[in-house]
Design a protein around this ligand. Sequence first.
Ligand code: GAR
Length: 181
Amino acid sequence: MIGVLVSGEGSNLQALLDDGLPIVAVASNRGEARALARAETAGIAAECFPLGAYESREARDAAMADWLATRGVEWVVLAGYMHLLRPVFLERFTGRVINVHPALLPEFPGAHAIEEALAAGVPETGATVHYVDEGVDSGPVIVQERVVVEPGDTVETLRARIQAVEHELLPRVVRDLCLAR
Ligand code: GAR
C-alpha cells in the first residue's frame, strides 16, 4: 500500500490516482495544498503536518511516519513534496521512498529545476524518478526520460511538457516497484 507526500498542485498525485494504484494516505506540509483536496475528493485519508506545529523537523517527520504506518503504508511516493526528510522518517521505510523531479538529475536539483534549465540554455532536460535520501534530490536514479528544450520555450511551456512526461513515468515506475514486491 502506498502513501503520497505532496506540497502543491497535486497533478502527479492525480496521475497516480487515475492509474488505480493502491494509495491509502496523502500527507502534506501545507494545509492549503490543492493536492490535499484532490485526495479528499478521491476518498483517501489526507492530513497536514505543518512544521510550525512541532518542536523540530524530527518530531514532525516522526509524526508523519507514524500516521502513514498506521494506515498500512509500505511505499512512500514524493509527488511535488518540497521539504527534505529526516532519517527518522527514511529509516521507517528503508529503500521504499521515491521522488519525481523535473530535470535530468544530477543536473538542476532543488525547487527551481525548470527555471534553472532554461536559464542555463541546455538543449534538453527531462524528468527523473529516484530513491530518496537525506539530500536535495540526491538519491540513486531509477529512471529518466528526456525532454527537448524548444526555441521560444517559457517556464510554463517547458513545465507542461515535462509534467506530461512525469504523469506517465511516475505511475509506471510506482506500479513496477510497489506491486512487484
Ligand atoms: C513536479 O513537477 C515535480 O517534479 C516537482 O514539483 C512538481 C509538482 O507538481 N518536484 C520537485 O521539484 C522536487 N524537487 P504537482 O504538485 O502538480 O505534482
